[in-house]
Design a protein around this ligand. Structure first.
Ligand SMILES: O=c1ccn([C@@H]2O[C@H](COP(=O)(O)OP(=O)(O)O[C@H]3O[C@H](CO)[C@@H](O)[C@H](O)[C@H]3O)[C@@H](O)[C@H]2O)c(=O)[nH]1
Ligand SMILES: [Mn+2]
Length: 723
């Protein structure tokens, strides 16, 4: 009897038992610790003991919920070689790729072009591949870049296939490979690329498209739609289908389509989720690929065989029919050596996600995910009613009728009175549509898979300065609060509708901004009391001290093991990550809570502030050197600066009293230790305040304001503790 060929496998991670033993023993320690807090509260309740209890209680909550990620981590493998052997290419499903962009100034069109080229050149039957660019910025510059992309692709696709190129984003390819002097073909394609790039950049620089640049008759007319009343928030649908049939080597070209959905200033457009839903409908009409790959414009493909890896699940006869999507973890290309801003998101993308994968599946990360189309549009009006099987679709439906319908489904009134965004497609109501959509899909019983090949499937950009990075985190956690305080709350609705451990994972993420409470308490309370010589923790000579020590070393030590030993990151990256966690706790998290509260009270609004993907040369140099970039007067730096100064004062005060009291610090050791630890972490901040003179130094106004505030706090509390 023939055995079914194995296309993928899963096994428990080697650390599963270590995780479980650790979870159980640490739970005992946390419980004992919380009990002793309760005892203190009963016998001598003071403001300080209440604050410490609250802090430890919140920490315990996050620790406990985070254990759900560690309970059942798994590792997976796929076998694309087997796939190639046992499945004929003609059986491959067709794939529609959607690339989102929203702002030509923050997301340079050349970057969009590179991402598009990297997927157009996938090792995949070209007649089954379609690439859609969704331009939420409604920018003629992006459209112009798209046209240049279409022309260059005719050369680039056959070149990549002929030479087995791995880096199929040309910018990366030409950046990584010295040109072989003997190869005229490579020289030619490179100069073609450079010319194209400079034409696109010239258009971007001049701020508009000069029509005599567009010589092709099939493209010429479309720019007339940019009438004087056209703005990015208010304009008609623009759709351009590049009808190129053949590349220069005579191969079939993949479809390439540009869509900028209709916008109306009076109509909420639901940010990226709104754009993606339009793309689901438009692509449903034009090509109707049964697999949809979602990408951000800065996430280029780093491995041309990625679709085959996804097929190792989709084409697996034995796979769970409820499998909805396959997520490739977000990975990043331009992170500096020690990842000073912790932009790698290692825990979320590559550690915790393995744990969710062992439950119901990783959550959608906004980019790098292959969806079965029908999961997102099961009863869409576009005639996409295939009930679960992977279908094959041939080259596009063309003709005027289809284009008229496509304009209709991209219109901003189309979704009125439909279930798009509430029950169908990407879900609305939050600016972190990715987490929310996968949460809802998991509630509905869909499953997902994390595919984590050694060579990253996609590589993206990340903020290269501190302010952008803190703002990005703030935006996510505001979105998370919108998810939690919602009809479909992960802790209430989620726990009832899916594996409760998985629901607690979502709970953990969506509530994380409350981590700011204990972080702020621990950043100020032990320090202010130390300055005023008030001991608040157990003495080193007490038994309780060992419990404190175990709790601290256990949490940090386990984190270190996961990050460095099991996930293989350099130790310095781990150190920088824990530093950023404290910084988030003092800035992004509390501001997320604040802004979300203001919005809930109707006092303010917030939108999707697109992360900038450009950095000028100076900024990039500073970043590459691994030096913190403050530079701008950001309110997010203020609490961080105040905390770092208070910690410095308290540490100095502590050292001085140890010296004057003949070297005893018994009663103050824990407070000294915490201040010292924060001081060590704050070194780049002190440097930015007093030692640096470059443009990345702390703005003088922030330094002055935070110094004054820190002194005022000290003065105020010295009065409080005197009475
Ligand atoms: O109204 C909008 C806003 C954004 N985008 C696009 O959404 C993508 C993500 O935006 P970006 O500013 O780069 O977000 P990140 O901070 O990198 O966001 C992460 O988190 C987002 C959810 O908050 C996810 O959508 C992203 O995939 C994920 O990378 C970009 O391609 C944008 O062009 C739109 O299409 N329309
Ligand atoms: Mn991004």
């Amino acid at each position: 009897m023939p055995t079914t060929p194995i296309l993928n496998s899963r096994k428990p991670s080697s650390k599963t038992w270590l995780n479980r033993v650790f979870t159980l023993s640490y739970t005992v320690a946390v419980s004992v610790h919380l009990l002793s807090h309760c005892r203190t509260l009963i016998h001598s309740r003071t403001l300080i003991s209440v604050a410490l209890f609250v802090a430890d209680f919140v920490f315990a909550f996050f620790w406990l919920t985070s254990q759900c990620f560690h309970w059942n981590p798994i590792e997976r493998q796929v076998f694309p070689e087997t796939l190639k052997r046992v499945v004929m290419e003609s059986e491959y499903p067709s794939i529609d790729v959607v690339i989102c962009t929203a702002d030509p100034t923050k997301e340079p069109p050349v970057g969009v072009v590179n991402t598009a080229l990297s997927v157009l050149a996938y090792e995949y039957p070209t007649e089954k591949l379609s690439v859609y660019v969704s331009d939420d910025g409604g920018s003629e510059m992006t459209l112009y870049a798209f046209m240049e992309c279409a022309k260059f692709a005719k050369h680039w696709i056959p070149y990549c296939k002929k030479h087995g190129v791995m880096d199929r984003a040309p910018e990366v390819y030409f950046g990584n490979h010295p040109l072989p002097a003997w190869d005229p073909e490579t020289h030619e394609i490179k100069s073609r690329y450079e010319n194209m790039k400079s034409r696109v950049e010239a258009v971007v620089q001049s701020g508009g498209v000069c029509l005599d640049r567009v010589t092709e008759p099939e493209f010429g007319d479309i720019f007339s739609q940019w009438t004087p009343g056209f703005t990015r928030r208010h304009h008609p649908t623009i759709l351009l289908n590049n009808n190129a049939d053949k590349d220069v080597a005579g191969g079939v070209m993949p479809n390439l389509v540009y869509v900028s959905r209709e916008k109306n200033i009076e109509k909420h457009h639901n940010f990226k989720a709104g754009a993606l839903n339009v793309m689901l409908r438009v692509s449903g009409l034009l090509t109707n690929g049964s697999i949809v790959l979602i990408l951000d414009c800065d996430m280029y493909s780093n491995d041309p065989e990625t679709p085959l890896r996804a097929l190792c699940y989709f084409m697996d006869q034995t796979a769970d029919p409820k499998l909805g999507f396959i997520q490739f973890p977000q990975r990043f290309s331009s992170i500096n050596k020690n990842d000073i801003y912790a932009s790698e998101f290692k825990p979320e993308t590559q550690i915790l996600s393995l744990g969710m994968d062992g439950l119901l599946g990783a959550s959608f990360m906004g980019t790098g995910a292959f969806f079965k189309r029908h999961v997102l549009s099961h009863d869409s009006p576009c005639g996409v009613t295939n009930a679960g099987s992977i279908q094959n679709n041939s080259k596009p439906l063309k003709g005027e009728d289809v284009l008229v319908s496509a304009h209709e489904v991209a219109g901003c009134k189309y979704e009125d009175y439909t279930r798009w965004g509430s029950e169908i497609g990407f879900r609305y109501g939050t600016i972190t549509e990715d987490t929310y959509t996968s949460f809802r899909l998991h509630c509905e019983g869909w499953k997902s898979v994390l595919c984590h090949p050694k060579r990253a499937a996609f590589l993206g950009g990340s903020p290269s300065n501190l302010n952008d990075s803190l703002n990005q985190i703030k935006r996510w956690y505001m979105g998370f609060l919108e998810i939690f305080f919602n009809k479909y709350c992960p802790l209430i609705y989620g726990v009832q509708s899916m594996n409760p451990l998985q629901a607690l994972c979502y709970t953990h993420y969506t509530l994380r901004s409350f981590w700011s409470i204990p972080i702020i308490i621990y950043a100020f309370l032990p320090q202010i009391t130390l300055i005023n010589s008030v001991p608040i923790f157990t003495k080193v000579s007490d038994h309780g001290f060992y419990l404190h020590m175990f709790l601290f070393l256990g949490a940090y030590g386990k984190d270190f093991l996961d990050f460095v030993v099991f996930a293989g990151s350099p130790a310095l990256r781990w150190w920088n990550h824990q530093r950023m966690w404290m910084m988030w706790g003092l800035s992004s998290y509390p501001f997320a809570l604040l802004e979300w509260s203001l919005k809930s009270l109707g006092l303010s609004t917030f939108g999707f502030n697109v992360t900038s993907k450009v950095a000028d040369e100076d900024q990039s140099t500073v970043y590459e050197q691994g030096v913190f970039e403050f530079g701008v007067e950001s309110v997010l730096f203020f609490p961080i600066s105040v905390a770092s100064l208070i910690n410095l004062m308290s540490f100095v005060k502590g050292v001085m009293s140890v010296v004057t009291n003949n070297g005893t610090l018994d009663g103050f050791f824990v407070q000294m230790f915490i201040s010292g630890f924060v001081v060590l972490n704050s070194w780049p901040i002190y440097e930015a305040m007093v030692l640096r003179n470059d443009r990345g130094k702390m703005p003088i106004n922030i330094t002055l304001a935070s110094t004054t505030t820190a002194m005022a706090i000290c003065f105020f509390f010295s009065l409080v503790f005197r009475v």
